[in-house]
Structure formats: C-alpha cells, structure tokens
Design a protein around this ligand. Structure first.
Ligand SMILES: Cc1ncc(COP(=O)(O)O)c(C=O)c1O
Length: 396
C-alpha cells in the first residue's frame, strides 16, 4: 500500500516509544525505573470518579454538543476568570479529546499550506508534528540553557518571515521545567502584535508552578488576549490523563471553526469524561494542592541527586514535573567499548545496561540533554538516579 507523503513525514513520538519499550521490559519482569512518562503517578481523586459513575447512572451516555456540554464550558470560562481574571464567553470554549486534540484543532483552523509557526526549543515533542499535519512549516528557534531556556526575543524576531502565522509558547514548559517571566511574555505579546501572529499558549501545566502563579500571556494586554488561544486540560492537574479532556479558550469565532472541524473528526469528547471534568473543576481542590506539594519536594530531590553526578548539570525546575539535565559530557565517551555519539544512543544504553528509562533530548530538539519526569516515587528517584551515577562513573 502507498502511504501519503504527509503521513510519512510525521515522526513517531519518541517519548511514547521509550515508554512502550520500558513497559515491555517491566512486563518481562525486569526492574526498570522509568523517568519517561509524562503523567502524574496519582490516581484520579475519588469525587471525580464518583461523578463519572453518577453521570453513567443518570444516562449521560449519549452524544453531547460537539464542543462540550454548556455547564462544562461555563465552568472552564469561570476557572480562567477566577484564577487569571480573564473574561471568556462560554461559546469561546471548545472541549476536546485531550489537549493534544485541542492543539490539533487550532493548527487545522489557522494554518494554510506553507504557513510558518515559531516553536521554541527545547519543545514538546508533538508541536512540530501537529504543525506538519496541518500542512504548516515548523520553524525552530533555540532558547539557551544559560538563559534558563527563556526565549530570546531577537532570535524569535529574526525567524519571522512574511509566512509566519503563529508562535507556540508552553508555560510551564515540558521538557524544560521552567516558567516564563512576565518580561519575556510581554516581549512575545509585542512581537505577536507587530507581525500579527496568533499566540498558541499551552498552559496544560499551569497549576504546577511551584513558587508563584504563572502569568497567562492573555493577561498581558487586550491585544494579546484577542490573538491568543489558550490550551489547557484535565490530564496533569487532576491526574486524569486517561479521561482525555482538553480545552481551548479563545475568541468565539475561532472556537466555532475548531468546533466545526471537530464535528467531522471525532464529534464530542466522551460524555462521561465531561461530567467528571465538571465535577473536578467545581469540587474541592485539596487533592490537587497535596499533589503539587509532593511534586515540589521531588523536584528538589531529583535536582540535588542529579547535580551530585560528576558530568551532569541540572537546573532547578520551577514548574511542570520534568528536569532536563545537560549530559553533553557523556557524548564522545565510551561505555563498555561502545562510543556514545548522541543522546538517543545514551538513552538506549541507559535502558539496556542500567534499566533506567529517560527520554533523549533529540525528541525535544535538544541533543546533549535528557528529560526525566519525576512523576514517580521518591524511592524510584533515588534508585534510578543512583543507577545513573554508576553509569556516569563507568564511562571512559
Ligand atoms: C506540553 C503538553 N501539551 C499538551 C499535552 C497533551 O495533554 P493531553 O492530551 O493529555 O490533554 C501534553 C502531554 O504530555 C504536554 O506535555
């Protein structure tokens, strides 16, 4: 069978690839420590599960309006009003099968063939592929480790061409674990205004900001709000990855186009998940607060342990649940006679030789780094980083 050029141009997700492999190894009885997954290791809180069961019993098991039931859309708009003081119409909210589909809808709605999208690297693995799926062109602009991976505005401006249509920002960031400063967000908002760009603001980790609340770029100015589409969802904040609940907040005109697109692809997201999401947003937020405290403690632990390994340099994460240590010292060295040429090879060796799963920086456009998710127990963090330390000591 012949496959389309578009489909063949899409790279498989390296993060999910590592995860699948480490799960297979675990199933064979191997004691793999996985830092690969991007999902909370907590269970969905009970009150959310109960709400889902009650929704099934009430018969909420049919098609719903494509962009989600109105109560949920209202609750999402209310959340952004309460947390950020942002006013959105409920008709500006579209609920989808995870934030991934929300992002998919956005690019389908705004890109024409050849339109360029600025993506700041290290980036979330899926952004370039989603842009390509919409016949757009990802344009990568590097943010440097010495700038705490905050994007350089001059570099972004230099990458703008007459075809540039949008910029993606992910705050807090996967894989960097950093939070954008208000100054940087203001500069990005001004750049977007100057070149009339859509700002795609992925805030899926917004509650996971340890020191202070993030600044949502839509709060910078009325102009920024008008040109921003916010992406968020229930996966990370409420430990609801499997329920597939993502959403966008935007101008109602864009919401209508995305909803129309969704109506021909997946229709509404799961009715039961929608009622669970509604309960999550309206219910007590204590479980979430406890979860954030646990992540913050783990962030401190993994940061300290990684920096204790000679040859590894790690920045303290400010949000999300990832660290992206610099492991460039290992490139060019050998492990048991195998020369390490890149971080993909390093990750493969770590999995094979030390039973530790990490995601190589190449997945995020950042060779020489590797991403570790600390959505795993303290015990696993100690065990896994202990094995990394052994590995680095055995390099020559
Ligand atoms: C930055 C970022 N955006 C979006 C998503 C998608 O989340 P979901 O589709 O589970 O809502 C993820 C998941 O890993 C992510 O890390």
């Amino acid at each position: 069978m012949k496959f389309s050029k578009k489909a063949m141009g899409i790279a498989p997700s390296l993060t999910l690839g590592i995860d699948t492999l480490s799960k297979e190894m675990k199933a064979q009885g191997m004691d793999v420590v996985s830092f690969g997954v991007g999902e909370p290791d907590f269970d969905t809180p009970d009150y959310i599960k109960e709400a889902a069961k009650a929704a099934i019993d009430r018969g909420c098991t049919k098609y719903t309006p494509v962009p989600g039931v109105m109560d949920l859309r209202k609750a999402i708009a209310k959340r952004y009003q309460q947390v950020y003081g942002l006013e959105y119409e409920a008709t500006g909210v579209v609920v989808s099968n995870g934030a991934k589909q929300s992002l998919f809808n956005v690019f389908q709605a705004i890109l024409d063939p050849g339109d360029e999208v600025l993506i700041i690297s290290p980036y979330w693995v899926t952004y370039p592929e989603l842009v390509k799926m919409a016949n757009g062109v990802p344009v990568i602009v590097e943010a440097k480790e010495e700038d705490d991976f905050q994007p350089n505005i001059q570099a972004l401006e230099a990458a703008v061409t007459p075809n540039t249509r949008a910029i993606i920002i992910n705050n807090p960031s996967n894989p960097c674990g950093n939070v954008y400063s208000k100054e940087v967000l203001t500069d990005i908002a001004e750049l977007a205004k100057k070149y009339d760009l859509v700002i795609v603001a992925d805030e899926i980790y917004d509650v996971l900001s340890y020191q202070k609340k993030i600044v949502s770029i839509a709060t910078i100015s009325e102009d920024a709000k008008q040109r921003t589409v916010i992406i968020n969802g229930m996966s990370k904040a409420y430990a609801m990855t499997g329920w597939r609940m993502g959403y966008t907040l935007s101008d109602p005109a864009l919401a209508k186009v995305m909803s129309s697109y969704q109506s021909h692809s997946t229709s509404n997201p799961s009715s039961v998940s929608q009622y669970a999401a509604l309960a999550a947003l309206e219910g007590p937020q204590d479980d979430m607060d406890d979860m954030i405290k646990v992540f913050e403690k783990r962030a401190e632990l993994i940061y300290t342990l990684l920096n204790d390994i000679p040859g590894v340099v790690c920045r303290m994460p400010a949000g999300a649940f990832y660290v992206l240590p610099n492991v460039k010292s290992a490139i060019g060295k050998s492990y048991k006679g195998t020369k390490i040429e890149n971080t993909i090879q390093l990750a493969e060796l770590l999995l094979k030789e030390k039973l530790v799963a990490v995601v190589p920086g190449e997945a995020f456009g950042a060779m020489g780094y590797m991403r570790l998710s600390y959505a795993t127990s303290e015990e696993n963090i100690r065990k896994g980083v202990g094995r990394l330390k052994e590995f680095f000591a055995e390099l020559n």
